[in-house]
Design a binder for this molecule. Structure first.
Ligand code: NAD
Ligand code: TYD
Length: 341
């Protein structure tokens, strides 16, 4: 493992993973490959600029010729795939890009991995493949997929192809299923960065439904360490859950953000719920822990660090929130906020 192609490397987790690898492995060469959709941002890769061990290639994972060229040019031996459409709410507005990028795109990458005989194809998946989990159950890696949103359905479909390529063609695959990440460079359509940046501007925090849905919010750096552990010590053909193992209610997450910023709880607005909203995700992480990995930040530590980053890095998120994002925000929240309680 020496020359690593990080697809989706200009997105939130992908860019954090690029910085993580460059810092941890002095002898690795890292190529970020990204289509630069609305969520992909070159600013996320700024800290790697000028590093001779780093290169960026603009390309689509569904474009086989472009993928092949990147693998050939950079003598890639390992591929870690983060590239995807990632927002559940956008998948409800239109599922088509989720099929194209998250399913067809992944099969294209798998074909390339097969032809070039890559040493490893690591795929980034999500706790959402298990569907909503009633308390006190926790999902284990062998549990069935019971997806309910177009986003999670596309991620489950991708995993089926990854396993199929392992069984059918012997492509050396591993998979990680991460819970909700928080941290730097998180596009402000997702709950934590949306609530944080809205709170900074004294704008309402639109909490869906009763706010009693639960998520396991983990620090993105901990997720990167988990991916690293599976990449280096995981068993081929296996999936691993990566999370803190502790869930938080959305309403408590919103209140804690306001408390960190010293803003009033009256900014919280309960808005009409997301269609098919999964109530709870919860992962059993013992399989990843057996590799020697452990989540290091509690939810409160992760949230505090995340909120501080947004306070200190307005240069990063202000241009996003005044661009394409405004039209999306109006479509997603205009009527909802008008009906807010
Ligand atoms: P993101 O939306 O911030 O980034 C996705 C990146 O993929 C963007 O840079 C985008 O330009 C790129 N991309 C999309 N389609 C592409 C294509 N066809 N070709 C090349 N690049 C393309 O997403 P994220 O939050 O960083 O998520 C990364 C991965 O982790 C995804 O696979 C997601 O399903 C998974 N995941 C995310 C979370 C989370 O909490 N964010 C949790 C678990 C798993
Ligand atoms: P999100 O960040 O979109 O991640 P996911 O849906 O993949 O878990 O949402 C996190 C939680 O916050 C989820 O339960 C939905 C909820 N949520 C809101 O209440 N309001 C919002 O405006 C958003 C975007 C999410």
């Amino acid at each position: 493992m020496k020359n690593i192609l990080v697809t989706g490397g200009a997105g939130f987790i992908g860019s954090n993973f690029v910085h993580y690898l460059l810092a941890k492995y002095p002898d690795y060469r890292i190529v970020a490959y990204d289509k630069l959709t609305y969520a992909g941002r070159l600013e996320n890769l700024k800290p790697a600029e000028g590093d001779p061990r780093f290169a960026f290639v603009r390309g689509d994972i569904a474009d086989r010729a472009a993928v092949d060229a990147a693998i050939r040019q950079h003598q890639i031996d390992t591929l870690v795939n983060f590239a995807a459409e990632t927002h559940v709410d956008r998948s409800i507005l239109s599922s088509e890009p989720f099929v194209t990028n998250n399913v067809a795109g992944v099969t294209t990458l798998l074909e390339a991995a097969r032809e070039f005989k890559l040493e490893r194809f690591h795929h980034i998946s999500t706790d959402e493949v298990y569907g909503q989990i009633p308390e006190p159950k926790r999902s284990r890696e062998g549990d069935p997929f019971e997806t309910r949103s177009p986003y999670s359905a596309s991620k489950a479909a991708a995993e089926h192809f990854v396993f199929a390529y392992f069984v059918t063609y012997g492509v050396p695959v591993t998979i990680t299923r991460g819970s909700n990440n928080i941290g730097p460079y998180h596009y402000p359509e997702k709950a934590v960065p949306l609530f944080t940046t809205n709170a900074i501007d004294n704008e309402p925090l639109p909490v869906y439904g009763d706010g009693r849905q639960m998520r396991d919010y983990q620090y993105v750096g901990d997720h990167c360490e988990g991916i690293d552990a599976v990449l280096h010590r995981g068993q081929l053909g296996e999936a691993y859950n990566i999370a803190t193992g502790v869930e938080t209610y959305n309403i408590d997450m919103a209140r804690q953000i306001l408390d960190i910023l010293g803003k009033p709880h009256s900014l919280i607005k309960f808005v009409p719920d997301r269609a098919g909203h999964d109530r709870r995700y919860a992962l059993d992480v013992s399989k990843a822990k057996a590799l020697g990995w452990e989540s290091r930040h509690t939810f409160s530590q992760a949230l505090e660090q995340t909120v501080r980053w947004y306070v200190d890095n307005e240069w990063w998120w202000r241009p996003i929130k005044s661009g394409e994002f405004r039209a999306y925000y109006e479509k997603q929240y205009g009527a909802r906020l008008a009906a807010a309680k």
